[in-house]
Design a protein around this ligand. Structure first.
Ligand code: ADP
Length: 191
């Protein structure tokens, strides 16, 4: 079983690359952002609870997010491995994930960051905002708020995983295919 966290700032390409990683390594892909958006579309209780946070580019509270993530893992227990995309995003989430995985005899094998500078990310997100319906991709202030959430709450996880010797970083600039190949090269040395 090989479990990966794909890590990086908003717009760094986590979701795009997760699709290729999932196919190549036969992993089950869990995107917390996608799960929230599905719940919002379906107007579930969870969706109603999460909607304002997503619209403003704020993180959804840990308790809600952690429960949703654990349910998703437990519903797919027979997967060969997981790729976590957009989770964990806070220290509390990372600590909970370790404890939860341990309780079902699993562990994170690697956390891989896609490294892209904020100027390029702003361009990418605004472009994405033209073709998707995400209000959080269409407003520069919301984008900046998401970077602020990352910088104040998420970036500390680099140290968290580095201390466990599980943190790796890949240059996230270039063509989608180039980046995929960089990720494959790295992961092939880890499995
Ligand atoms: P991006 O990485 O481009 O910001 P995501 O789809 O991963 O896009 O996340 C969109 C939004 O969903 C976040 O801004 C946040 O509101 C919510 N979200 C996703 N994952 C988490 C998480 N682990 N903890 C809290 N909120 C989350």
């Amino acid at each position: 079983m090989f479990n990966i966290v794909i890590f990086g700032k908003p717009g760094s390409g986590k979701g795009t690359q997760a699709i290729y990683l999932k196919d190549k390594y036969d992993l089950y892909h869990i995107s917390t952002g996608d799960l929230f958006r599905k719940n919002i579309t379906k107007k579930t209780g969870l969706g109603l609870e999460a909607k304002n946070y997503l619209d403003n580019g704020d993180l959804v509270p840990d308790t809600v997010t952690i429960k949703m993530l654990e349910n998703e893992v437990l519903s797919n227990k027979h997967a060969k491995g997981f790729i976590f995309d957009g989770f964990p995003r806070t220290l509390k989430q990372a600590e909970s994930l370790d404890l939860f995985l341990e309780s079902i005899n699993l562990r994170i094998n690697a956390t891989i960051a896609l490294d892209v500078n904020e100027d390029e990310l702003i361009d990418r997100l605004l472009e994405r905002g033209k073709i998707n319906n995400r209000s959080d991709d269409q407003d520069i202030e919301k984008i900046k708020n998401r970077f602020n959430e990352y910088n104040t709450k998420t970036s500390i996880l680099i140290n968290f995983y580095d201390k466990q010797d599980k943190f790796f970083s890949v240059d996230g600039k270039g063509s989608v295919n180039d980046i995929t190949l960089r990720l494959f090269d790295l992961i092939d040395t880890l499995i």
